[in-house]
Design a protein around this ligand. Structure first.
Ligand SMILES: O=C(CO)COP(=O)(O)O
Length: 135
């Protein structure tokens, strides 16, 4: 599965801990991330990650493009709901595209736990069928 990992600055510590805790699962999948989040995760876990631009420089939109092309299976996006982001429209657009394409999205650690455990149990296998139908 292709998984996008994104965290706003105040949530990057949480994301680093989360990916480290579940690296036995993440290492079985293809990881993508916005620039700064990806670098941090790469440095802390050693997992291979395709990194896009930093979020404010277009990284959210690059991940959004993958969603629109049905190339992303799961998005884990630890948003900071207490800090205004200069690229808030990009953040909203990414979340909107997840809803448009029914791509599972976790915006906090509580829901991310459920999705990653679901991934481990094969609950996300329906994505393979969706992708085959598109071919
Ligand atoms: O701003 C972000 C998502 O909206 C995250 O971008 P970085 O991973 O580059 O900090």
């Amino acid at each position: 599965m292709k998984i996008a990992i994104i965290a706003h600055d105040k949530k990057k510590d949480d994301m680093a801990r989360f990916v480290t805790a579940y690296q036995h699962i993440f290492k079985l999948h293809q990881l993508f991330a916005t620039g700064t989040t990806g670098l941090r995760i790469q440095n802390e876990t050693g997992l291979p990650i395709t990194r896009f631009q930093s979020g404010p420089l277009g990284g959210d939109q690059q991940i959004g493009a993958m969603i629109a092309n049905n190339e992303m299976d799961l998005v884990i996006f630890f948003r900071d709901p207490l800090t205004a982001q200069p690229h808030e429209p990009d953040v909203s657009a990414l979340i909107r595209l997840c809803d448009v394409y029914s791509v599972p999205l976790a915006t906090n650690m509580g829901s991310a736990e459920v999705l990653v455990r679901g991934l481990m149990n094969g609950d996300m296998d329906w994505r393979k069928i969706v992708k085959k139908e598109e071919e």
